[in-house]
Design a protein around this ligand. Structure first.
Ligand code: ACO
Length: 329
């Protein structure tokens, strides 16, 4: 049912002050700036303060998105926080964001689809606005990946950073819908390629598991790499086809920022040149669910997208999960 169209009313982002550079990492593990930049494109990443939680970053990004939308927190009637690094196993992180924004009684939920979390939340949020079930929806994706990263494991510690990105969705008349098409998917056969083994019900925290570092992110990088490109290309192609839009009409591809080699391959296969693929991984690393809304906010605030232009977002992450969303700005 399509009672309303959906529009991104405002965007916001937040990155913690502390920066961890490749030179810093060279002093921590056996790695080099040259290895990290050529294999990943990452030069530095932001790291949250010890007392800064995922909800703090989501709240900051959320406030900026509300301001950009010309709204206050009182205008919201739903908060979704996609994250794989929640403040606590429960209650959900969106409840903390609600408390920090000071808006009582509206529904709040957190959700986990790893790096695809923002696009999962976007599909859900847009669907709820479209039916009229909710009006103004804040999606505030945030990650404190540094809290789950083993800084003695060079395979993973060079990749991840902390940050947040948010959008506020609002209803518009059905004929002015800005959400053109969306596709999300998952393949649970690959759960072990990218995961945090311990800390959940399957492997509750024990001293032994802590000693083995099972509470940290584990990744089969090469396998993930191989699956990422086709999954992202297929999802992007599916939404373009559904919307009847060719890739030449896309002003910006905003991909999940995991690795420049993955991003380049996806851009190339979709026929999009560098001038139409937004990349900010050098400054943030992989911020999982936060990476797409953080990049979107940069594109918007730099004035790089004009009303009516098409923005294609595409993600891939643990699960394995993937997603693509096409919007008209
Ligand atoms: N510094 C120096 N050497 C390193 C480092 C490092 N930081 N990390 C690994 N190496 C070494 C390896 O030990 C290996 O050495 P060996 O040949 O002696 O065994 C060599 O470099 C090559 O390792 P590979 O893993 O094959 O390197 P690859 O080219 O595949 O790059 C990378 C690794 C960057 C992790 C890549 O595989 C990748 O980006 N994969 C995808 C990750 C991803 O997209 N994740 C997205 C989802 S994240 C989420 O959902 C939270």
């Amino acid at each position: 049912m399509k009672a309303f169209g959906v529009q991104v009313a405002g965007t916001g982002s937040y990155a913690p002050a502390r920066i961890l550079s490749n030179a810093d990492l060279e002093r921590m593990v056996e790695t080099s700036d040259e290895w990290i930049t050529t294999r990943t494109g990452i030069r530095e990443r932001h790291i949250a303060a010890p007392d800064e939680a995922t909800s703090d970053m989501a709240t900051q990004a959320g406030r900026r998105a509300l301001e950009a939308a010309g709204m206050t927190a009182a205008d919201l009637d739903l908060i979704i926080v996609p994250t794989l690094t929640p403040d606590h196993p429960f209650p959900n992180t969106a409840c903390y964001v609600q408390k920090k924004l000071g808006v009582p009684r509206i529904p709040c939920f957190g959700m986990e689809a790893a790096c695809s979390g923002f696009l999962y939340a976007l599909e859900i949020g847009a669907s709820l606005v479209r039916t009229g079930a909710h009006r103004n929806v804040l999606i505030a994706a945030a990650e404190k990946l540094s809290a789950f990263t083993d800084y003695s494991d060079r395979n993973t510690c060079v990749l991840f950073g902390d940050g947040a990105g948010a959008v506020v969705l609002r209803p518009v008349p059905a004929g002015e819908d800005r959400f053109m098409a969306s596709a999300i998917g998952a393949e649970g056969a690959h759960t072990d390629l990218l995961h945090i083994p311990a800390g959940g019900s399957a492997q509750p925290i024990t001293h032994e598991r802590l000693d083995q570092g099972l509470h940290f992110i584990k990744m089969e990088g090469r396998e993930v790499f191989k699956l990422a490109v086709p999954a992202m290309v297929d999802a992007a192609t599916a939404v373009l086809t559904e919307a009847g839009i060719s890739s030449e009409q896309v002003r910006w591809l905003i991909p999940h920022q995991a690795n420049t080699r993955i991003i380049d391959a996806v851009g190339k296969r979709l026929g999009l040149g560098e001038d139409r693929v937004y990349v900010n991984i050098a400054r943030y690393g992989n911020t999982s669910a936060a990476s797409i809304p953080l990049a979107l906010d940069e594109v918007v605030r730099k004035g790089l997208v004009q009303r009516g232009e098409y923005v294609l977002m595409v993600a891939f992450g643990g699960g394995l999960t993937w997603g693509a969303t096409l919007i008209r700005w």
